[in-house]
Design a protein around this ligand. Structure first.
Ligand code: SAH
Length: 255
């Protein structure tokens, strides 16, 4: 009998940010497939087989999950945040392009999760109140000139720009370059937010003027989301000296 494959978003970290639907899908699974740290976030229970794997082999992991489902298992493929945002859901459908006959009857579903940019925005205030663009800064899966072309276009169009995967040990200079590019399109006092490990115990949020952000680029890491404000993005004061970052809903003069 053919089984099922559900690609599940675990949210940014706080277990309360796992949707009830995602939680029910995890409860129904016999097998858990995913990058080790995400698999590790799902509590162990009898009858749940874990298949943790390295982060770099998404397509192999997707094929493995499809094979398990074809053999009759109820497979949960897990990703942090939302599984459709720079994560496993696309890898599953890419693997499915092989069109293996044994995969044809698998019941495939995607359960959404809170993606990092939404969790970061809530921690900051409301920086996504206007139009925004979301990019992965990683050049592992696309050439760097594609990254810079898209980033320049988004900056030139005055979107708020959220950068996933801003930096890693293997990609130490790309974030600095991206912020340098931003300096050609934004004022030196435009706000740049570094939102780290949102929803986890080590959560940390910082907002810096663009002119200082480039220097601070090396303080970002793989758990950081970087958000570059649009020209209208600004801060407003709240209780206890707290400042909220937000982007007004309206642009220019309304009719
Ligand atoms: N599918 C995930 C994104 C995977 S790409 C999602 O929807 O959120 C991994 C990148 O996401 C990280 O490099 C970081 O930029 C961002 N990210 C993931 N979790 C985060 C968190 N809790 N806080 C801040 N950024 C996070």
């Amino acid at each position: 009998m053919t089984g099922s494959l559900t690609v599940i978003g675990l949210g940014p970290g706080d277990p309360r940010w796992l949707t009830p639907a995602a939680s029910a899908a995890l409860d129904a699974a016999t097998d858990l497939v995913g990058y080790g740290p995400y698999v590790g976030r799902v509590p162990a229970r009898d009858g749940l087989v874990r298949h943790a794997s390295d982060n770099r082999v998404e397509l192999d992991r997707a094929r493995h999950a499809l094979d398990l489902a074809a053999a009759g298992r109820a497979v949960a493929v897990v990703s942090g945040g939302d599984p459709g945002v720079f994560a496993m859901a696309a890898a599953v459908f890419e693997a499915l392009e092989d069109a293996r006959p044994e995969w044809a009857a698998i019941d495939i579903r995607v359960e959404p999760g809170i993606t990092a940019v939404l969790a970061a925005a809530a921690a900051l205030g409301a920086p996504l109140g206007g139009d925004f663009a979301v990019m992965s800064l990683s050049d592992n899966l696309k050439p760097w000139d594609v990254v810079t072309r898209r980033l320049e276009a988004a900056l030139a169009a005055d979107f708020v720009v959220a950068l996933y995967n801003p930096i890693s040990k293997a990609r130490p200079w790309q974030l600095g370059e991206a912020l340098k590019l931003a300096g050609r399109h934004r004022a030196a006092d435009a706000p740049v937010a570094f939102a780290r490990a949102i929803g986890r115990p080590d959560e940390a949020v910082r907002v810096l003027p663009l002119g200082e952000a480039e220097q601070a680029a090396s303080t970002a890491d793989m758990a950081t989301l970087v958000l570059i404000g649009a020209s209208a993005t600004r801060t407003v004061g709240g209780a206890d000296g707290r400042r909220f970052l937000y982007t007004p809903r309206s642009v220019g003069r309304l009719p």
